[in-house]
Ligand binder design. Structure first.
Ligand SMILES: [Fe+2]
Length: 202
């Protein structure tokens, strides 16, 4: 045990609380949702710790294989919630039409409004997961994907530019389980485009 490599670095919770809530979303909804985010961080840290210990000690059990499989769910859930909560703001920045992301949106969809309709349609697809706008870093192309759970349906190598949580826990408290479309429209004015544009890069 004494010469085993070190423990994995622990991930930390978001430093966000939204004490005043966000316009259109209740404080209760946000508090519950942030608590769920912390669960993903805790489980990601625990999984990495358990897998690292088992691998360095040579305990290649059936459980270890299932823990590895689970990492895709927990880690992706952690990362997507980070992207989601950091993108939400009570004082969001507006889209900058001179930014490469906005130019790319205009090129691919013709207009911001046409893009939004396609994104909102992605977010209202049946299933449990996330509506996402993704970037192919090899050519700057954008695409939409519905990521089931957190990790299924990811086009490998694409990067998250904008992620909207459409699990029922993200909206049912305020909008009822049937209100996903209303929730997506309620989030639209909370999107901080400074964050989204930075995620796309230049
Ligand atoms: Fe969530």
């Amino acid at each position: 045990m004494g010469n085993l490599p070190g423990a994995p670095m622990a991930y930390t919770y978001l430093d966000l609380t939204f004490p005043e809530g966000l316009p259109g979303l209740s404080k209760e909804l946000l508090a519950d949702h942030l608590a769920l985010h912390r669960g993903y961080v805790d489980r990601t840290n625990k999984l990495l710790e358990v897998v690292r210990a088992a691998e360095t000690e040579g305990r290649f059990s059936l459980e270890l294989k299932e823990y590895r499989r689970r990492l895709g769910f927990e880690f992706s859930g952690m990362r997507l919630h980070e992207s989601y909560f950091r993108m939400l703001s009570a004082t969001p920045g507006a889209p900058d039409p001179t930014h490469p992301l906005q130019k790319r949106i205009a090129t691919q969809w013709g207009s911001f409004e046409a893009w939004w309709k396609a994104f909102a349609d992605t977010c209202t697809m049946p299933g449990i997961g996330w509506g996402t706008l993704l970037k192919d870093p090899t050519n700057g192309e954008l695409a939409h994907a519905f990521l089931e759970d957190h990790q299924n349906g990811v086009p490998v190598g694409m990067e998250v530019v904008l992620a909207l949580d459409v699990w029922e826990h993200a909206y049912a408290t305020d909008f009822r389980p049937t209100g996903r479309g209303k929730y997506v429209e309620a989030v639209r004015p909370l999107i901080d485009w400074r964050f989204v544009e930075a995620a796309y890069g230049r």
